[in-house]
Design a protein around this ligand. Structure first.
Ligand code: SAH
Length: 204
């Protein structure tokens, strides 16, 4: 694990002390299936069942650096899967913050919840449902992060559910997009191409 994290730091992917600290504290081995534990520290996505994967460490590092989660933030994590990224976020936001982790596959939501149990987070809640339209009940959010790629554009509803100065990090096809909400209908947008994601299922 140490080697993996040190490589992410020396390659310039991990920069922020609070994010680096979370990578050391939240051990990826706790979030991969039993038969793949020996691969937990390779820099690759790994299957977690139901055609889904635990994200590649480099991709998670890159997205969290764009997201800039802070202590006390309320964060919506869409596509919680293994629960690894949700737990990293819960560690970063600390007790004053709150992470809502939404996942459409019941069994994966339970897998993520079980995996994170060991860390005893009081600020992390797992919800089963379609997150492609966000989660209105708890909106607005300081941060929204999506782990699966939207098919052709950023869902408007996610933009609505952000606070002013809030950040949304979302893959669309093979690019990661960072949106910063400047005013109600004004966003600063930046595209980072060259990534691979499982599809965001847009049911609604
Ligand atoms: N952060 C997770 C990534 C899992 S892969 C991890 O590192 O383990 C992306 C996840 O998004 C999958 O579990 C998939 O089931 C979920 N997903 C896809 N479309 C979704 C939707 N509309 N709502 C909620 N979750 C969704």
């Amino acid at each position: 694990m140490k080697q993996l994290i040190e490589n992410l730091i020396s390659d310039g992917h991990l920069k922020t002390p609070k994010i680096i600290n979370a990578f050391y504290k939240i051990d990826r081995i706790d979030f991969v299936p039993e038969e793949l534990k020996y691969e937990a520290y390779t820099n690759a996505p790994l299957p977690i069942g139901y055609g889904q994967t635990i994200s590649q460490p480099l991709t998670v590092a890159f997205m969290l650096e764009l997201l800039q989660p802070k202590s006390g933030h309320k964060i919506l994590d869409i596509g919680s899967g293994s629960g690894w990224q949700s737990s990293l976020l819960a560690c970063i936001t600390s007790d004053e913050g709150r992470v809502i982790a939404i996942e459409r596959i019941l069994e994966l939501s339970e897998f993520g919840k079980d995996n994170s149990q060991k860390y005893n987070f009081k600020n992390l809640e797992f919800i089963v449902g379609d997150g492609s339209m966000g989660y209105k009940k708890e909106a607005p959010y300081d941060r929204i992060i999506v782990a699966a790629a939207a098919f052709d554009k950023i869902p408007e509803e996610l933009k609505k559910q952000l606070k002013i100065n809030g950040r949304l990090v979302i893959p669309v096809k093979n690019s990661i997009w960072l949106l910063i909400k400047k005013e109600e209908n004004k966003f600063e947008e930046k595209e980072f191409p060259g990534f691979v994601f499982v599809p965001l299922v847009e049911e609604s």
